[in-house]
Write a protein that binds this ligand. Structure first.
Ligand code: SAH
Length: 214
């Protein structure tokens, strides 16, 4: 491991503004200008060490990817990958998802990925779950109509909760499985957490939903 300490991580982040935005002041970011093209924008919220979004960006060069993560210690692992092999369609943003609406323009995003989001099992932490209806409301204002939300988890409680939240919202579930690996779903790209859970023999749940106009 290159960097174990968050102190070193902060310096590494500051040294690479071309690849990572350390969004401490929640300024609006013009991603069109930043990527310098009109390709669709897909974001992953809580990308951790970035395996998933890095592989997507490598595979689909005509889509722009934004990887969002709140912890320095995780995002520097993604930054290491980018420094080693830069991709011009991938930007990392270190920030908490609660500030998303301050940095993305309304209806500027074409797809959202949530992978193995923290389950926050206690009822009093429900609002922190990234599929809570308050977050869905934020996402809806940031995406273009009919954009897709892709969500994967190993946690059945979080999955059931998310299905309920989505069903009670102007969204439509267009794909759902309780066992992704047996489902025949094509082109799945695994995340770091997913690899770990598959090795432990856990089931992977996935859903895809579209945002409808309310
Ligand atoms: N998607 C990765 C990591 C999953 S762990 C994978 O599948 O391997 C969940 C990650 O989401 C953690 O790295 C955590 O720091 C991040 N996260 C949780 N809540 C967040 C929030 N509100 N804003 C940004 N990142 C968040």
């Amino acid at each position: 491991m290159r960097l174990r300490f968050v102190e070193g991580a902060k310096e590494l982040i500051q040294a690479h503004p071309k690849y990572i935005i350390n969004n401490v002041d929640n300024k609006m970011i013009d991603f069109r200008k930043l990527f310098n093209n009109n390709f669709p924008i897909h974001i992953e919220i809580g990308m951790g060490k970035g395996k998933f979004i890095y592989e997507l960006a490598k595979k689909y060069s005509n889509i722009n990817y934004v990887g969002i993560e709140k912890f320095d210690s995780a995002i520097v692992k993604a930054l290491d990958k980018v420094i080693e092999n830069p991709l011009k369609n991938l930007m990392l943003v270190r920030m908490d998802a609660i500030y998303l609406k301050y940095i993305f323009k309304e209806h500027s995003i074409d797809r959202i990925y949530l992978n193995f989001s923290d389950p926050w099992p206690k009822a009093r932490h429900e609002k922190r779950r990234l599929t809570n209806h308050n977050f869905l409301e934020v996402y809806k204002n940031l995406v273009k109509p009919l954009s897709e939300l892709h969500f994967k988890t190993d946690n059945p409680d979080l999955f059931n909760y998310s299905v309920e939240e989505i069903r009670n919202y102007p969204m439509k579930i267009i794909y759902l499985t309780g066992d992704l690996n047996k489902s025949g779903y094509k082109d799945n790209i695994t995340t770091e957490f997913e690899e770990k859970f598959i090795k432990q023999g856990k089931l992977i749940y996935k859903l895809t939903a579209i945002f409808k106009e309310a």
